[in-house]
Design a protein around this ligand. Structure first.
Ligand code: ADP
Ligand code: MG
Length: 330
C-alpha cells in the first residue's frame, strides 16, 4: 500500500530531524517556533532544484539530497552566516521509498555535519520532482557579508578550483571526454559540492564583498562589480585550475570553463590590501585553496587579461535560466 503523506513525513523527515535548543517546536504543527539568538541577524535563503533542469531524474538520490542542502548552505557561507534551520518543500510524482531513503541519507548527513535542524516543510504530489529548500542562519548584527562593499584596490580571491563542475557537466552531456582517472573527482565536484561555511565565517570583518559561484565566476563576479559600482582586472593566468581541468581541455578552453562553468559553489570575495597578511595566515588552515586572481578598479567593467596584458576573449559568460540552453544545476 502506498505510504500516506503523513506517514511519509514521519518516517523520513520527522524521525531524522536533530534537536537544536533554539527550536521550541519543529516538524508536526502548523508552523515551527524558533528562538533566534539576540544580537544576531537572521539570514534567509532559498533554492529550488527541478528534475531534468538541475539534475538528471535518474541521478543518485543521495547526491541530490546532499546538493539541495549544499547549494543553500553555500549561500549562507557567502553571507558569512552560521547555518541553523532548514525547511523543505518536496513535490514528487510518486512515493518511491528507495529514492526517499537515499535522498534523506544525503540530506541529513550534510545537515548533521553543520548542526542544522529540519524544522518543517511541505510534501505534495506533482508531475515532476521539484525540491525547494530554505535555509536560515545567523550573523552578528552588521557583520554579514554582502555583494556591495568592493572598493578600488581590493584584491579579488576565489576558493577551490572553479570550472570542475562545469567540466563534469560538459562530460555528462557528451560535449567533451575526460580521462578515467579524473571521473570520480569531477563527479564529486558536480554532485557533492562542499559549502565553504568555515571560509565564509572567517571572512566576516575581513572581506569587503562576497558571492558564491553558481552561474560561473565571470558572471558572478560581475554581480559584485555591479552592486559595488566598481570594475575589475582579472589575471586569467592566475586562475587555479584543478589537475583534472588542466588535463581535460586545451589551455584556452580550460580557462573559459573556469570563468564560465556553472555549479562550482566556491566563494569569490574581495578584501582590502591591509587584510592580505591576515587572510593569507587564515587561509593556511583552510581545506581548500584560496587564490588572488585580480584587483578591483574604479573604472567599471570586467577586464580579463593574460600575463602579457592582452585581452582574453570569453565566448560564454555564464548560465542564465531564460537565455542559456545547456544543462546546468544551480
Ligand atoms: P499543514 O497542512 O498545516 O500545512 P502539513 O500537513 O503540510 O501541514 O505538514 C505537517 C507537518 O509536517 C508540518 O509541521 C510540516 O512543516 C511538516 N512537513 C511536511 N512536509 C515536510 C517535509 N518535506 N520536510 C519536513 N517537514 C515537513
Ligand atoms: Mg496548517
Amino acid at each position: 500500500m502506498p505510504l500516506s503523506e503523513f506517514a511519509l513525513i514521519d518516517r523520513y523527515f520527522a524521525a531524522h530531524a536533530r534537536r537544536r535548543p533554539d527550536v521550541a517546536l519543529g516538524i508536526g504543527d502548523d508552523g515551527a517556533l524558533l528562538t533566534p539568538p539576540v544580537d544576531q541577524q537572521l539570514v534567509v535563503t532559498l533554492d529550488t532544484l527541478v528534475a531534468e533542469v538541475h539534475f538528471f531524474a535518474a541521478a543518485d538520490p543521495e547526491g541530490i539530497g546532499h546538493k539541495v542542502l549544499a547549494v543553500n548552505l553555500s549561500d549562507l557561507a557567502a553571507m558569512g552566516a552560521t547555518p541553523a534551520w532548514v525547511t523543505l518543500a518536496l513535490t514528487l510524482p510518486k512515493v518511491d521509498e528507495t529514492w526517499l531513503k537515499a535522498f534523506c541519507r544525503g540530506l541529513f548527513a550534510l545537515a548533521d555535519r553543520y548542526g542544522v535542524q529540519l524544522i518543517g516543510g511541505d510534501t505534495t504530489q506533482g508531475p515532476t520532482t521539484v525540491i525547494t529548500l530554505q535555509a536560515h542562519g545567523f550573523a552578528p548584527l552588521g557583520l554579514a557579508l554582502r555583494r556591495t562593499g568592493a572598493r578600488p584596490g581590493d584584491g579579488i580571491y576565489v576558493t577551490g578550483t572553479p570550472g570542475d563542475a562545469g567540466l563534469a557537466l560538459a562530460a555528462a552531456f557528451g560535449k567533451t571526454t575526460v580521462a578515467s582517472e579524473y571521473r570520480d573527482y569531477l563527479q564529486r565536484r558536480l554532485e557533492r559540492p562542499e559549502p565553504r561555511i568555515a571560509q565564509g565565517l572567517a571572512l566576516r570583518g575581513l572581506a569587503s564583498a562576497a558571492i558564491d559561484l553558481s552561474d560561473g565566476l565571470a558572471q558572478d563576479l560581475g554581480h559584485i562589480l555591479e552592486r559595488s559600482g566598481v570594475g575589475a582586472r582579472l589575471a586569467v593566468d592566475q586562475l587555479p585550475l584543478s589537475p583534472a581541468l588542466a588535463a581535460s581541455l586545451d589551455p584556452e578552453a580550460a580557462l573559459g570553463m573556469a570563468l564560465a562553468g556553472g555549479d562550482d559553489y566556491e566563494l569569490c570575495f574581495t578584501a582590502p590590501p591591509e587584510q592580505t597578511a591576515r587572510l593569507e595566515s587564515l587561509a593556511l588552515h583552510w581545506d581548500c585553496r584560496c587564490t588572488c586572481i585580480g584587483v578591483i578598479t574604479a573604472e567599471p567593467g570586467l577586464w580579463l587579461l593574460r600575463a602579457d596584458e592582452s585581452v582574453f576573449h570569453l565566448h560564454r559568460s555564464g548560465y542564465n535560466h531564460f537565455t542559456s540552453h545547456a544543462g546546468k544545476s544551480d
